[in-house]
Design a protein around this ligand. Structure first.
Ligand SMILES: *Cc1c(COP(=O)(O)O)cnc(C)c1O
Length: 428
């Protein structure tokens, strides 16, 4: 069987296949640059592992308190080295990205302090962490106030707005690299660095924290290379490489990371406890694969942008622009567009390909959300996945793909569903 026949037997029409092939041909140069980036980051991770003398003893699990867990302590050294940071906290006890961010905030803010978000409204689930939406146990309940400076209409930092918002209570600045569920540009590490420099020029003691979710290994530098005091993310996104079954990381300045450890476990205990229960090999191996896996996901995002842009849909980032995270937003303008796209991603999955995703109320979100994922790790969004809140502008956020070949197949399947539903029309 030739390739086209295999695709056809798996539900991709010859017209969709041909359109995909043509789109891919035009992306050769982009893909070469993505591969070079992966090569750079692969060497960075490898160097960190060699420098920290990673050995198979580090894959052994601990139980109970987890005292003297060599694997855990060495993994944290590897993360610190990879991110060129003083310290790291990388734990299976950090349940997700939101938790990692909540720990970083609650650990470093005290009653009377103010948190200042300078890249606009933070990711949806943080609204309840901060108390933007009143919530049990929010920072607001503990007397931490909040202020926000939106990005300018062209998605640049509003430096004058930041100057005006900073005051004697400003203790921490929040910057989000990725767009989350918003149709804005993703920020590059270098422009994040410039904003941090500006904040520090006004008050060097303000702690600058970057939500790095989905950004890891997309560029050659990370926010900690550009002056961030704390940089935070999820292990079921890029840095877990698809193998980490849970977890989150916080890297940055020693004092602030220590505070996070005291908050995560307990005052007095900090980093000294936390059993790893046999998960360490997947954390190490996932980090080792992460640069390549991220590159595959990035190719998928660029491919999707080019596929849908030419069919007349709004895509963000567009087909040409440079990338700073692995998210691709596509605006369909109707609930049906979002739903058909997600059906295609689900139908392309290795796991649960036979189920049909439906919009639903999800904890932490203020509208119904549809999520497509047929993942080996529940909710893993470095695996091929798509989600979208069912509210205007009816955009779908697409990400992941453990291999580029799978990402390609998922995008072709989404296009198949959209053409069958008459929502997308292939050029004659
Ligand atoms: C995914 C994400 C989070 C939250 O991570 P979860 O693991 O879903 O809790 C926070 N911020 C951004 C920008 C994200 O993309």
């Amino acid at each position: 069987m030739n390739l086209e026949t295999i695709y056809e037997s798996m539900g991709i029409s010859s017209a969709v296949y041909a359109y995909g092939k043509k789109t891919e041909e035009a992306l050769k140069e982009r893909f070469r640059a993505i591969d070079e980036n992966a090569e750079y980051n692969q060497l960075k991770v490898l160097h960190a592992m060699q420098k920290c003398r990673v050995s198979d003893i580090h894959f052994a699990g601990t139980s109970g308190y987890g005292y003297n867990d060599l694997g855990r302590d060495t993994l944290e050294a590897v993360y610190a080295e990879t991110f060129h940071a003083e310290a790291a906290l990388v734990r299976p006890q950090i349940t997700c990205g939101t938790h990692a961010l909540a720990v970083a905030l609650a650990a470093n803010l005290r009653p009377g302090d103010e948190l200042l978000a300078v890249s606009g409204k933070p990711y949806d689930t943080l609204e309840e962490v901060i108390g933007i939406r009143p919530s049990n146990g929010s920072l607001a309940e503990y007397g931490v106030t909040y202020r926000q400076v939106n990005l300018l209409p062209d998605d640049r930092f509003d430096l004058e707005g930041i100057r005006a918002a900073m005051n004697g209570h400003t203790k921490m600045v929040h910057i989000q690299r990725s767009k989350g569920y918003q149709t804005r540009r993703t920020l590059s590490v270098s422009e994040i660095g410039k904003a941090i420099d500006f904040v520090k020029s006004l008050n060097p003691d303000v702690i600058c924290m970057v939500d790095n979710c989905y950004g890891e290994f997309v560029e050659r530098i990370e926010p900690t290379d550009a002056g961030a005091d704390l940089c935070v993310g999820s292990l079921i996104k890029n840095p877990g490489g698809g193998l980490a079954p849970t977890g989150g990381y916080i890297v940055g300045k020693n004092t602030y990371v220590e505070n996070c450890a005291y908050r995560l476990t307990s005052p007095g205990l900090g980093k000294e406890v936390g059993a790893t229960m046999g998960l360490m090999q997947s954390f190490y191996q996932g980090l080792f694969l992460a640069p390549t896996v991220t590159a595959g996901a990035l190719k998928g995002a660029v491919f999707a942008a080019n596929i849908y842009e030419k069919l007349g849909f709004d895509v963000l980032p567009d087909g040409q622009e440079s990338r700073h995270d692995i998210i691709q937003a596509i605006t369909f303008g109707t609930p049906e567009g979002v739903i058909e796209f997600c059906k295609g991603i689900q139908a392309a999955a290795p796991v649960d390909s036979f189920v049909e995703p439906k919009p639903w109320a999800m904890p932490g979100y203020d509208s119904d959300v549809i999520m497509a994922a047929g993942a080996f790790v529940q909710g893993s969004s470095i695996e091929l996945s798509a989600d979208g809140p069912i509210k205007p502008p009816y955009a779908v956020y697409f990400q992941g793909g453990l291999t580029w070949d799978h990402a390609r197949f998922g995008i072709l399947m989404s296009l198949q569903k959209l053409t069958e539903a008459g929502i997308a029309k292939l050029p004659a």
